[in-house]
Design a protein around this ligand. Sequence first.
Ligand SMILES: Nc1ncnc2c1ncn2[C@@H]1O[C@H](COP(=O)(O)OP(=O)(O)O)[C@@H](O)[C@H]1O
Ligand SMILES: [Mg+2]
Length: 539
Amino acid sequence: MVEKASKIFQAFKEHSVAEFFKKNRQILGYSGKIRSLTTIVHEYVTNSLDACEEAGILPELEVVIDQLGPEHYKVSVQDNGPGVPKKLVGKAFGKMLAGTKFHRFIQQRGQQGIGAAGCTMYAQITTGKPIRVITSTGNGMIYECSVMVDMKNNEPVITDEKEYPGTMRGTKVIGEFKDVKYVKGEYGPYEYLRRTAIANPHAKIIFRDPDGQKHVWERAVDKLPAIPKPSKPHPLGITAHDLLEYANATNARSLRGFFVQTFDRMSSAKAKEIEELTGIDFNRKPSSLTWEEAAAIVDAIKKVKFLAPSMKNLYPIGEEQIEKAILNVLKPEFHSVITRPPAVYQGGVPFIVEAGIAFGGKAGREVNGSKKMEVMRFANRAPLLFDAGADVITKVVNEIDWKRYGIRDAENMPITIVVNITSTYIPYTSAGKQAIADVEEIHKEIKLALQLVARRTSQHISRKLKEKEKSEKRKTLVKYIPEIAYALEKLVGANKQEIEKNLLMIVERKYKEWEEEESQQEEAEETKVEKDMEGETDE
Ligand SMILES: Nc1ncnc2c1ncn2[C@@H]1O[C@H](COP(=O)(O)OP(=O)(O)O)[C@@H](O)[C@H]1O
Ligand SMILES: [Mg+2]
């Protein structure tokens, strides 16, 4: 018997975006107990940092995690940021796809408006409880409320509101979560915050862990990073799908106006070229664009010569800042940092690679009392802790022949490698946003940066080895001087003290000569490094 359509489609329903994310929570990073807890810390911490920076405030964050039972924790994150206006608290923490950063094409940590509400949802489905928000914009009044997400309608539900006078400014979020687990290792909140401190030396971070231990990462620089400005997408980076989405969102009345308004480097002359190449009438309404036409336009764009994308909207951490952060957090014996010049991938998306290496001191990952090499990956300053195997940074680190740089057994050395990719659009491998795709241009830039810092490390190591060799040679020579002097006194009747003095002088003169030779060699090496920076690879 064939079922009638009318019967089958009785079950046809629409689902809210909140219901979608509840079912597919792994997309938001809620897969596995350890990862889920780190995700919660990540969402609140990135929001606090974004808010402080946008408001021009040097961030001070306090993260507290308390254990309430097995796989049951309370997380609290407080910042000294601008606070959330009372009437927006519900939307910010209780509605998916709501926020200040959506569709801005700006280099910020958050983008989609699903982070904060995602945490609320996770609290709700694991404990049945709302999250608590305490916030003030610094106007002398503090506002408190509890927030939940109404899953069916993707709307916030606010309860237990309170308002009272007080001098705080900023936001504190407290949530209770089950089905999560705190670990001290590589994937836990402590490591997440330690790495956040490396990439954000302008932030002070305090962390109280479930054992009650307090960790403080002091601010290493007193200057806020430059505030990213919204940028326009470069035509060469867009797909037909993007184009349709932009065309539907625009308030421009004609396709011509839409193109000039929406894209970087799109003059009216360039728009005209596209119009002629495709034969599409650019006086038409943007919303009338069809999929076929959008695809034809994307093809035409490839034939038009555009200026390279403007880089002025990219804000790397900066060499000096990374250096200060590394010294502050890792206290290494040696370190080296490089910020590469801007580059472009997919023909239209600008990015910058920064890399640093730290050797000795507190660098490296401690495993059973011995040190191992650790790789810290960052995307727009946010640490990436998971899916390391799929990440282009891991791939390049593994490709580097460390032995070539005098670093034998690199895996078991006290080395920390730091790589940060800055871009208005990071090409993640998946919606979990934990691994950066192996894009050819990015791969090459990471390789150049790592080769350079590896070369500098190798110089440091060989200098140390030579120094040791030299001082040992000197020690041996000096040790035999009294014996030689004694023998000479016996044999030819010379003055022992006089001979000792002269022999010592000869050894010192030789020692000086070695040192001069070395510094000449080092200069030659330095020139080689300079050449590297101009774009030559080691291979
Ligand atoms: N600590 C905070 N201080 C100020 N505003 C915040 C804070 N946390 C969240 N917000 C606001 O809530 C919005 C939604 O946050 P979120 O869901 O994480 O999305 P996103 O960070 O992608 O914009 C943010 O865009 C911001 O406007
Ligand atoms: Mg966010």
